[in-house]
Design a protein around this ligand. Structure first.
Ligand code: BGC
Length: 235
């Protein structure tokens, strides 16, 4: 059976608000190719983004199946929200359409959930936040995912959400110093709420974190968003 074949290759795709990235992973989740990246097309409609994925896929060589991290709520392959992409994504069957386009089985999950799957140790309460165009979040208990936790759009402070206070647009507006101070407040607030064993901070802007982090908070590289793709095929 193909599933038992150690040479099975998984195309892992991360759809972001500013970039679409892709890489091929082996069965253990180790990258087999150089990561490809294209700017997220504007307008970021399903058709335009799927075209970008097809271009990236063609440059990645052979693969047998694909995993996609999408920046919104995803249920059974259908994208239900898309705060930073075109509204045509609402109610779009991404798994089915992309599967037809690539002629391969496709599984889709929230981008922060996928990033978390690539980062966690699988023990205790583990929280993941991603700092990029949007603010992503994922919660795991002993490795089990609580899917689609949309903390980004939840109230944080001063009548604003985590995403409004810490998203890329705000970072550009208020600068790194104030953004880092806010992040420090967010970490303290999340520790009180979740009492997590570990908090992972990923996403494209994690490189701009320069505060002193508590021992149970770890920065993770942005490639983790793609590495998590292999977990979608574990039962
Ligand atoms: C979306 C989340 C996503 C996050 C990071 C938010 O705007 O609602 O689903 O995980 O951005 O991309």
């Amino acid at each position: 059976m193909v599933e038992e074949n150690g040479s099975i290759r998984t195309l892992s795709v991360d759809i972001g608000g500013s970039g679409v990235k892709a890489i091929v992973l082996d069965v253990t989740g180790t990258p087999l190719t150089e990561r490809g990246r294209l700017d997220t097309p504007q307008p970021a409609t399903p058709e335009m983004v799927i075209n970008a994925i097809a271009v990236l896929a063609a440059a990645q060589g052979e693969f047998h199946r694909a995993s996609v991290g999408f920046p919104g709520v995803v249920r059974s392959g259908v994208t239900e929200t898309a705060a930073n992409l075109h509204r045509d994504w609402i109610g779009f069957d991404l798994a089915a359409v992309l599967s037809r386009q690539l002629n391969k089985p496709v599984r889709v999950i929230n981008d922060a959930d996928m990033q978390g799957l690539g980062a966690i140790a699988g023990k205790g309460v583990e929280l993941v936040i991603t700092l990029g165009t949007g603010f992503g979040s994922a919660l795991f208990v002993d490795g089990k995912l609580v899917p689609n936790m949309e903390m980004g759009h939840h109230q944080f402070r001063k009548g604003e959400t985590y995403e409004q206070q810490l998203g890329r647009a705000t970072l550009e507006k208020i600068g790194e110093k104030r953004w880092n101070k806010r992040l420090e407040k967010a970490i303290a607030s999340l520790q009180h709420l979740f009492n997590y064993d570990c908090l992972y901070i990923g996403g494209g802007e994690a490189v701009r974190v320069n505060i002193h982090l508590p021992l149970n908070v770890k920065l993770i590289p942005n490639i983790t968003g793609l590495l998590g793709g292999i977990a979608l095929w574990r039962n």
